[in-house]
Ligand binder design. Structure first.
Ligand SMILES: *Cc1c(COP(=O)(O)O)cnc(C)c1O
Length: 453
């Protein structure tokens, strides 16, 4: 059957996210019809390896029988019922399951649908918490340059990626911004030593001095869990999160960790906080929470925070926030199954050799002339392409070098989405070693084909 009408309608009616529609409408695009494991199939029957886990969220592969069954079972019971002053079975069970595996200090779950909302909620809770305690002057957030926490106005306010965020500056609330740990580490210690513990000490001095001077007006310190993902996979130097935890403890500041990208195995642990040996006061989760099936997100908080919202009705201390689909039963049922599959398939255990393989093979990319940096955090990696490695001069923005490499990858049956000129390696956790090797071989060839002409 001729399906070209779909391509026509796609270009005519559908405004795509993070997409220059002028270019999109001039090009051929992948319209996916079905998936199987790490592969997706488009309307013409072409198969592509899902190289970025459908934007960093797929965990156990597409069309997974157990996740499918969880949804089928639940949809035959009920698809949705509100959780405003009521509840539903999967939302209750998943809250319990999540608290069982989260850092022990985190005891309560507030649901939403996307990572940006989970962060928006984290910020509102932190701000409101200090109000309920009568500390009204604590109304500022410390954030990091190059941070990404999502695209709603509050999440953009705590974000730090200029090309996404700067346009909206007049709409945003003011925050304090500290340097991006990785970029500052490279500046201060050089790329080779950037991630070492001693480098952290160099960075922390400035942070601590700032907090020492301003802590009385700071509600929370907002940062990603171990790596600044959207900025181009920029890992934190060793011990950075631990040091921030120490400072937050010392000055009584809430530590808000965004694990939307790193949560659910991507770091090599269930949560990056585990890997880093810290417990935040507030943690945001999204992306992999349903194994990449449905939009669900969660903001986890301590009892200490939760308890400040308790009071008589007339005190109006409660958290005035909620969405129509908060705690959706379908999303929660597949989230429950997601955790079960982690257990049954030993996903994290099987992931470890693949993280090692990735680490070994990433070294090969230094042989390519236009590779300026190679970075890895758990099972995510970024390869930065530059015109000149020595000076780190980038390719001109308009040349879309990263997208061209993605185009070469498509010819080799792999779908990837770069972050500017950073090639992202983020396949589903279930990818096999053979598939991963093919991915990396193809990436090397594709980078060469585009940059070494
Ligand atoms: C993707 C991402 C978000 C935003 O999540 P959405 O579901 O896209 O709103 C927030 N924080 C981090 C670290 C992310 O990677």
């Amino acid at each position: 059957m001729d399906k070209s009408y779909l391509e026509k309608w796609d270009k005519e009616y559908f405004w795509h996210p993070f997409t220059q529609m002028k270019i999109y409408r001039e090009e051929e695009n992948v319209i996916v019809e079905r998936g199987e494991g790490v592969y997706v199939y488009d309307i013409h029957g072409n198969r592509y390896l899902d190289g970025v886990s459908s934007l960093w969220c797929n965990v156990h592969g597409h069309n997974h029988p157990k996740l499918n069954q969880a949804l089928i079972d639940q949809v035959n019971r009920i698809a949705h019922f509100t959780t405003l002053g009521a509840s539903n079975v999967p939302a209750v069970v998943f809250a319990k399951n999540l608290i069982d595996i989260a850092p022990p200090k985190l005891r309560k779950v507030f649901y939403s649908e996307d990572g940006a909302e989970a962060m928006e909620i984290a910020i509102k809770i932190a701000y409101h918490y200090w109000h309920n305690k009568g500390e009204f002057q604590r109304n500022k957030f410390v954030t990091l340059s190059e941070a990404y926490h999502g695209d709603t106005i509050g999440s953009v306010s705590v974000g730090g990626i200029n090309i996404f965020h700067e346009k909206y500056r007049p709409l945003l609330f003011d925050v304090y911004k500290m340097p991006s740990p990785y970029l500052e580490a490279v500046k201060k210690a050089g790329r080779e030593k950037a991630l070492e513990y001693d480098t952290t000490k160099l960075l922390i001095e400035e942070v601590e001095e700032f907090i020492f001077k301003n802590h009385q007006e700071i509600a929370g310190f907002v940062l990603e869990g171990g790596v600044q993902g959207a900025a181009g996979i920029l890992p934190f130097p060793k011990g950075y999160l631990k040091e921030i935890r120490r400072i937050c403890d010392e000055y009584n500041i809430l530590m808000i960790v965004d694990e939307v990208a790193t949560g659910f195995g991507r770091s090599g642990y269930m949560f990056a906080c585990e890997k880093e040996g810290i417990e935040p006061d507030i943690m945001a989760l999204g992306k992999g929470i349903t194994g990449g099936y449905l939009p669900l997100a969660a903001t986890l908080v301590t009892d200490e925070i939760f308890n400040e919202f308790l009071g008589e009705f007339g005190e109006a201390k409660h958290f005035y926030h909620g969405h129509t689909y908060t705690g959706n039963p379908l999303a929660c049922s597949v989230a429950i199954a997601n955790l079960e599959v982690f257990e049954e398939e030993q996903t994290l255990k099987k992931l470890q050799p693949k993280i090692k393989l990735l680490e070994e093979r990433l070294k090969e990319f230094w042989d390519l002339k236009h590779v300026g940096d190679v970075r890895q955090y758990g099972f995510m990696a970024g390869i930065e392409l530059v015109r000149d490695r020595k000076s780190m001069e980038p390719f001109p923005y308009g040349e879309r070098t990263g997208f061209k490499v993605a185009g070469e990858m498509l010819k080799r049956g792999i779908w990837v989405r770069p972050l500017g000129d950073v090639m992202v390696i983020m396949p589903p956790l279930v990818i096999t070693e053979d598939q991963l090797n093919y991915f990396l071989d193809s990436l090397k060839e594709s980078i060469k084909a585009v940059t070494e002409v």
